[in-house]
Unconditional design. Structure first.
Length: 148
């Protein structure tokens, strides 16, 4: 915009939240499971209200596979969690279906013996953050490895 002899240049910058994607290593998973009995895996992705694993989940599945292959006697529950959007009954089925999908991927694509894995869906009764915010809901949508 120009007025008289003064000149102004206006630049608009739109802020966007930085997204950092990081997949834990098999070693980190093993250490946390040893110390706490479980590990939350945040690198497994699903479309909203779907149980089919998205291709970008492969790095997390590969690290889970490394953990399981390097500990051949290790048995875990693969636990699916959801946020509290939707009915409890629907989310129980969805979380179970997602856990089954993860087990299936580890067995068929990574050669993990099925006897070492047990899928279990718990929906929203074990949140790690408030479901009142989108960030909290995202943290609650997770898959956990739980030692059994």
């Amino acid at each position: 915009m120009t007025t008289g002899s003064d000149r102004y240049l206006v630049t608009t910058v739109k802020a966007k939240e930085m997204v950092q994607e990081m997949v834990a290593t098999a070693e980190v998973m093993a250490n946390d499971i040893s110390a706490n009995g479980h590990f939350a895996v945040y690198g497994i992705y699903f479309d909203t209200d779907k149980a089919e694993i998205k291709p970008e989940s492969e790095p997390a599945l590969a690290e889970m596979s490394k953990l399981l292959k390097s500990n051949p006697g290790f048995n875990v529950f693969i636990v699916g969690h959801t946020d509290n959007t939707g009915t409890f009954e629907h989310n129980m089925k969805l979380s179970q279906d997602r856990a089954v999908s993860v087990v299936s991927a580890l067995v068929t694509k990574h050669g993990i013996p099925p006897a070492h894995l047990k899928p279990y869906g718990v929906a929203s009764p074990a949140p790690v953050a408030s479901n009142k915010t989108e960030d909290g809901k995202a943290k609650n949508r997770r898959v956990e490895l739980v030692e059994r």
